[in-house]
Ligand binder design. Structure first.
Ligand code: MTE
Ligand code: MO
Length: 203
C-alpha cells in the first residue's frame, strides 16, 4: 500500500500532543537545567522570603513559617522558551494568593519583580501571579527541589515561559510600573505567553 507524504504529514499533525504550545517539544521524564548564574548554595534554615514595595503589610517568612500556612500543589505542564516542555509534572508549596492576602498589595501595585538570592530578576504584571497562577514551591514530584532546579525554594508561574519562574527566590517586590528583569533586558518578551509564542521582544 502506498502511503503518500500528505497522509503522513496530516497524521503527524493530529498526533501532536494538544498540551504542547506551538514550537515546543516534549522532554518526557527528563528535566533540563537552565541557569544563567552559578548555582548558589542556599541554606534552607537561613533562607527567607520577603514581599515588599507597594504593600500595606511587608512580610518576611522562614521556610517553616511558609509551610505552616498550608500546602498547595500544581499539577500540569511547564514550558521553556528554548523549546522544551515538561508535561504533567507536579510541584508542592504555597499559592502566591495566600501570601499576597497577608501582604495586602496597595491599589496602585500593578507589577511584581521576583528576585533570587543571586540577583536574577524577572518581571510580571500582578494579574499573572494572582488567581491561582503562581506558587512558591519546595517539592517537585514529592521530593525536595534539588539545588540546580532552584532548591530549597523557587517560584513557579507555569502558564508563562519558565524564565518567569525564579529559582532560589528570596524577594517579591510590588511596583506601580514594569521593571524588566535579567532576560527581559536581554531581548526576551516582557510577558512570555507560550500559547502566543511570545519568545522575544516584539513577538
Ligand atoms: N535564578 C534563576 N532563576 C531562573 C533562571 C536562572 O538562570 N536563574 N532561569 C530561568 C529559565 S530560562 C528557566 S527555563 C527555568 C529553568 O528551571 P530549571 O533549570 O529548573 O529547568 O528557570 C528560570 N529561573
Ligand atoms: Mo528558559
Amino acid at each position: 500500500m502506498a502511503i503518500t507524504r500528505g497522509f503522513l504529514g496530516r497524521r503527524k499533525q493530529t498526533d501532536r500532543d494538544p498540551r504542547l504550545p506551538p514550537g515546543q517539544y516534549d522532554v518526557g521524564k527528563s528535566w533540563p537545567v537552565l541557569t544563567a548564574e552559578s548555582t548558589p548554595r542556599v541554606d534552607a534554615e537561613k533562607w527567607s522570603l520577603s514581599i515588599d514595595g507597594l504593600v500595606a503589610n511587608p512580610t518576611t517568612w522562614s521556610l517553616r513559617e511558609l509551610k505552616a500556612l498550608g500546602t498547595d500543589t500544581y499539577q500540569g505542564d511547564i514550558h521553556c522558551v528554548t523549546t522544551w516542555s515538561k508535561l504533567d509534572t507536579s510541584f508542592t508549596g504555597i499559592s502566591l494568593d495566600t501570601l499576597l492576602e497577608i501582604a495586602q498589595p496597595l491599589p496602585e501595585a500593578s507589577f511584581v519583580v521576583e528576585e533570587s538570592t543571586t540577583r536574577y530578576r524577572t518581571n510580571l504584571p500582578i494579574e499573572d501571579v494572582t488567581g491561582g497562577k503562581a506558587w512558591i514551591v519546595w517539592e517537585h514530584e514529592g521530593k525536595p527541589i534539588s539545588r540546580e532546579h532552584g532548591g530549597p525554594v523557587r517560584m513557579i508561574v507555569p502558564h508563562l515561559y519558565f524564565w518567569k519562574s525564579a529559582k532560589w527566590i528570596s524577594k517579591i517586590h510590588l511596583l506601580d510600573h514594569d521593571e524588566p528583569g535579567f532576560w527581559e533586558v536581554n531581548g526576551y518578551h516582557h510577558r512570555g505567553d507560550p500559547w502566543k509564542e511570545q519568545r522575544f521582544d516584539g513577538d
